[in-house]
Design a protein around this ligand. Structure first.
Ligand code: ME8
Length: 649
């Protein structure tokens, strides 16, 4: 079976945050689940770059929009890697493969009369990239519940898309397809909205030039939402690409509730006008709010550094928290003490502890060798019955985009397994000789429970299976979704290890402010381990260059012959460096990090054709390379003794 899932393409006007991470992690868990089921999955995410707000942000940063977005897009990609997002493609709307499809569709819709030229006179909210008619504004401000910001008056020649023409067809479609918009609350909102009447949509702008040009009237750029929605098919190579033929229609577009309207109205109408099948499901989840109830958003400036969170708690724990805390159809509350609470209770105490406890008992009572089980008793039969129930419920929840529901079910199983340990009390069985076979059954059941937990949690916490498989001395072939409610899979006689705890407990007092930590239960403060430090803020990657441009830089190995600090500075070091048989003077800003003795006789990398420059009256004939981040700096050295002058390329 093919399965095509998408996230929204996010605006790269600033770094990704917990909200954008939620959508992407949720889509990732669903994509991973389908892959485990054996489906052929295509998972798309990306960035929405042709927005007016991008122009504004770039201007505010005194830079060109493309250079600006290139930097931010790197941060998106980096966060997705850190969160182990398994997307198959990443589309940027500044890519030619997207732009050409948008132009083709715009032209087609114009030629068939669905797009026409007129004049727009009304308001525009740049943060929401939305047109508003005067009568919709609230106190002259953007009526979006989560916005309320100032709007701007526009009066410009524009192209319009005939939404009104498709109003009834769309309404009939939604009413005839109860699963099309989910959950039901969103579906009802959309039905009411459409019944209120659809007006034709302004789909081009002339007051700025950043964006995709209307091919037959290039003073217009395409309105960002018309452009953005098309990503779901342009990325597949619409209309002739193999991927388009294989994967369209999408099985689910997942997004936050703020943008369901665009996906449930504009997008289906574009597709209807093009005579293309509609996506099967449009799923609008809730928002992550702060403890005070405000939406986490870039523009509100209440965004947490997601990189630091991952560094602090680990990607699996953050994924677990995000997916568990947002209940279907409602909003979730994000706070760091909630993360710590979930991590310590669900992951460290319930899951991690079961794994370590049970493996420790196998090590202790059977020298780490998984014993041959005897006959099942009542408790084993109960556990097995529960595993069937849980797997079925997890399949249903993930089938309806409800990761929190799925995790709740899985933790019902985890909870039952912990209870099984207490009920069977292996430490008592180990005391009496005639209970040997019973103990074997219990210990064998433990490893089967661990195997099942590894399978069930794999879509949510992709780091877990490999760790568990290593403890069981198996490879990841053990993770088979079909076997999540099968028993007797692991062979007896295999050797297991106790290993490190899967999820070390976190000492919250180390991370929370005093006031926050007061609100957390005292018994959570005992700790085994705390994790350190922040992940650094990386500089964005610079504009792309060609290999020829790079080849202009002549890098050579140089040998440092002498080094001395430049007087009256604390940063500069004067070096005499032998490069290609000549001795050069190079002034370098490394004095805070190195003493002269550290440097002498080191082989370093020199930019040999850099124009000489004067620093503190000394002519510096080149530069040496060093890596730096924050306060740390390290000069690049070459270990092998290559003669000074060797090329570095
Ligand atoms: O709307 N809680 O991009 P965007 C949960 N480019 N999810 C949140 C959230 C929060 N607090 N804040 C943001 C756009 N999100 C358009 C989309 S698609 C063709 C174009 C998530 O960068 C949620 O998925 O403003 C929301 O819909 C999306 O980020 C908005 O991202």
């Amino acid at each position: 079976m093919k399965y095509y899932i998408t996230t929204p393409i996010f605006y790269p006007n600033s770094s990704p945050h917990i909200g954008t991470a939620y959508t992407t992690v949720a889509a990732d868990a669903i994509a991973r689940y389908h892959r485990l089921m054996g489906d052929q999955v295509h998972f798309l995410t990306g960035t929405d770059e042709n927005a007016q707000k991008i122009v504004r942000t770039a201007e505010a940063n005194n830079t060109d929009p493309k250079i600006y977005v290139d930097g931010v897009v790197e941060r998106f990609k980096y966060l997705w890697r850190a969160l182990e997002i398994s997307n198959d493609d990443f589309i940027r709307t500044t890519e030619e493969r997207h732009q050409s499809v948008v132009q083709r569709i715009f032209t087609k819709l114009f030629e068939q009369g669905d797009i026409y030229k007129s004049e727009y006179s009304g308001w525009y909210c740049t943060p929401c990239e939305t047109f508003w008619m005067e009568n919709k504004l609230i106190d002259g401000k953007c009526p979006n519940a989560d916005c309320g910001r100032g709007v701007e008056l526009l009066k410009e020649e524009s192209y319009f898309f005939r939404l009104s023409k498709y109003q009834n067809t769309l309404l009939n479609y939604i009413e005839g397809h109860p699963d099309f918009i989910q959950p039901i609350s969103r579906r009802n909102e959309m039905i009411n909205f459409i019944k209120g009447g659809l007006e034709d949509l302004c789909v081009s702008r002339t007051t700025f030039q950043w964006g995709i040009k209307v091919p037959f009237d290039p003073k217009h750029v395409v309105y960002v939402w018309l452009d953005a929605l098309i990503n779901y098919i342009s990325a597949l190579g619409y209309p002739d690409g193999d991927k388009y033929k294989r994967y369209w229609p999408a099985d689910v577009h997942i997004m936050g509730k703020d943008i369901v309207r665009f996906h449930a109205i504009i997008w289906p109408i574009i597709l209807m006008a093009l005579d293309i099948p509609l996506p099967k499901v449009i799923y609008g989840h809730g928002w992550y709010l702060t403890k005070d109830g405000g939406k986490i958003s870039k523009s509100r400036g209440n965004v947490q550094d997601s990189f630091a969170l991952i560094q602090r708690y680990g990607s699996d724990a953050i994924r677990y928290f995000l997916l568990r805390e947002m209940q279907v159809g409602t909003d979730g509350t994000y706070s760091e003490d909630n993360i710590v609470e979930r991590l310590n209770s669900d992951l460290a105490n319930d899951f991690g502890n079961f794994v370590s406890r049970s493996l420790a008992m196998i090590v202790k009572y059977r020298a780490g060798i998984v014993p041959r089980p005897g006959q099942d008793g009542e408790l084993e039969r109960e556990l097995k019955a529960l595993s069937h129930e849980v797997k079925k419920a997890v399949d249903e929840s993930l089938g309806s985009c409800d990761p929190a529901g799925a995790l709740e079910e899985i933790w019902r199983f985890v909870g039952r397994c912990n209870k099984y340990v207490d009920e069977t009390a292996p430490w008592n069985l180990a005391k009496s000789e005639d209970q040997g076979e019973r103990l074997d059954t219990v210990l064998y059941t433990f490893v089967e429970c661990i195997r099942i937990m590894a399978i069930l949690t794999a879509p949510f916490m992709p780091g877990v299976p490999s760790k568990i498989c290593a403890l069981l001395g198996k490879d990841e072939g053990l993770i088979k979704w079909d076997e999540a409610d099968q028993w007797g899979i692991l062979e007896f006689g295999i050797m297991v290890q106790k290993g490190e705890p899967l999820f070390p407990r976190i000492d919250i007092s180390k991370y929370l402010t005093e006031e926050e930590s007061k609100s957390v239960d005292q018994n959570q403060r005992d700790t085994i381990e705390a994790r350190p430090t922040q992940l650094p803020e990386f500089e964005p990657i610079k504009e792309e260059i060609s290999i020829d441009e790079f080849a202009k830089i002549d890098l050579r190995v140089g040998k440092i012959l002498s080094a001395e600090k430049v007087e009256k500075t604390d940063k500069l070091m004067k070096l005499e460096v032998e490069v290609s048989g000549e001795v050069r003077t190079i002034v370098s800003g490394i004095a805070k990090h190195y003493s002269a003795e550290d440097l002498i006789n080191q082989y370093v990398v020199v930019v040999a054709n850099l124009k000489p420059t004067k620093l503190r009256g000394i002519t510096s004939q080149g530069m040496i390379l060093a890596a730096s981040q924050g306060d740390v700096l390290e000069v690049l050295t070459i270990n092998k003794e290559l003669p000074g002058g060797s090329r570095v390329k």
